[in-house]
Design a protein around this ligand. Structure first.
Ligand SMILES: C[S@@+](CC[C@H](N)C(=O)[O-])C[C@H]1O[C@@H](n2cnc3c(N)ncnc32)[C@H](O)[C@@H]1O
Length: 343
């Protein structure tokens, strides 16, 4: 899924070297320059170019020891959402150049594959693997004890699809809503944060909100996902509730994006409409977006005309449906977009 293509900067090490070694007027005019002086001059010039390029705000260029000349987008790295074609080629080359092939997951020396059940049994039996001896040492290094059931990541399979699909959903929604780090986002039914984690990482602190009803999912989100991803500092506001009541998120929050990923199809139609009615005034007019995945049967079940009338009475406009591709596996979802058309 590449909704946006990024221009690339090509200030590579190889071109810098070519620039330095091109046309030598000194040689053309027949002036003799000794080798040490030449080496010193070239080193000095390289140092000056390095200092200039690191102090200016020019488009950046990254090169690794293995891949001289790889250029990166001139969009600020932390604002990039999807990988570029260069990123994908880069990782393919790295897999190729390392001669990597997927091997059978079998017991090998130093590598000990465990199923989730085996890991859980280990955790229960040994209470984790400790290199500490004595009760005092063993008790003093856990800041936020996490239940074993969450540590073995059973919740990554709670909803069936690969956990990695959350990244695809994030990239699609972020690009479709023109997301920026200072945007404000509300997810309805964020579950175990399969999608939400990527928003939380990208957005400014406190800018991600979620209303979720399931206690186990909330525990997994708060006790395992946020701490293990280093995202506690992002302070997402994740609240328990099943009543589509959003006043507890603040009365005058204006969202750039509100989305429900695989949620409305599990809710009674009446509750979805109640939620939409409450959400319209929390969505930024015109530019803000609501995205709903899978289907909009809550609307179509009313009948075409009724459905359109009801949306219009709320001040919502249906923008059509889109699908998205996946980076990692053959999969797509259908998304239905809406915007607010009254100020
Ligand atoms: C299939 S899961 C999807 C989770 C997440 N959006 C994702 O894509 O990974 C549906 C989620 O919606 C939540 N949910 C269902 N009804 C809800 C309601 N009335 N209010 C809040 N959350 C609800 C469920 O608890 C569950 O976590």
């Amino acid at each position: 899924m590449f909704l946006h293509s990024y221009s690339t900067s090509t200030l590579s090490l190889s071109s810098s070297v070519a620039f330095l070694s091109s046309s030598s007027p000194t040689m053309q005019k027949g002036i003799f320059v000794s080798v040490p002086v030449l080496v010193l001059s070239v080193s000095f010039a390289a140092a000056v170019i390095f200092l200039l390029s690191s102090s200016c705000s020019c488009p950046s260029s990254v090169s690794s020891p293995n891949d001289v000349g790889v250029s990166v987008s001139d969009v600020r790295l932390e604002e990039r959402i999807s990988p570029t074609r260069e990123d994908i080629e880069w990782v393919r080359d790295l897999i190729r150049s390392n001669g990597l092939r997927m091997q059978k997951n079998e017991l090998r020396k130093g590598i000990n594959p465990r199923t989730r059940d085996q890991q859980l049994a280990d955790l229960i039996q040994y209470k984790g693997i400790s290199h500490y001896e004595g009760e005092e040492e063993a008790n003093n290094h856990t800041a936020l004890p996490c239940p074993g059931e969450l540590l073995v990541e059973q919740h990554h399979s709670n909803y069936g699809e690969p956990w990695a699909g959350g990244r695809d959903v994030f990239e699609f929604l972020a690009q479709s809503s023109n997301l920026k780090p200072n945007s404000r986002v509300l997810e309805i039914g964020c579950g175990t944060l399969r999608v939400g984690l990527h928003f939380i990482r990208y957005l400014n602190p406190t800018h991600f909100h979620c209303l979720e009803k399931d206690e186990l999912s909330l525990m997994a989100a708060l006790r395992y996902e946020l701490p293990s991803q280093g995202l506690l500092r992002k302070r997402p506001l994740i609240l328990r509730g099943d009543d589509m009541e959003f006043s507890k998120f603040g009365l005058d929050t204006a969202y750039d994006l509100i989305y429900a990923s695989a949620v409305f199809l599990h809710m009674p139609d009446k509750l979805v409409w109640t939620g939409l009615e409450r959400l319209v005034e929390k969505l930024k007019p015109y530019d803000g977006r609501i995205f709903v995945s899978h289907n909009v049967k809550f609307c179509s079940r009313l009948g075409g005309d009724e459905c359109a009338k009801k949306l219009a009475s709320l001040g919502l406009e249906y923008l059509g449906k889109q699908t998205h591709d996946s980076l990692l596996f053959n999969h797509y979802e259908i998304w239905f977009g809406f915007r607010r058309v009254k100020p």
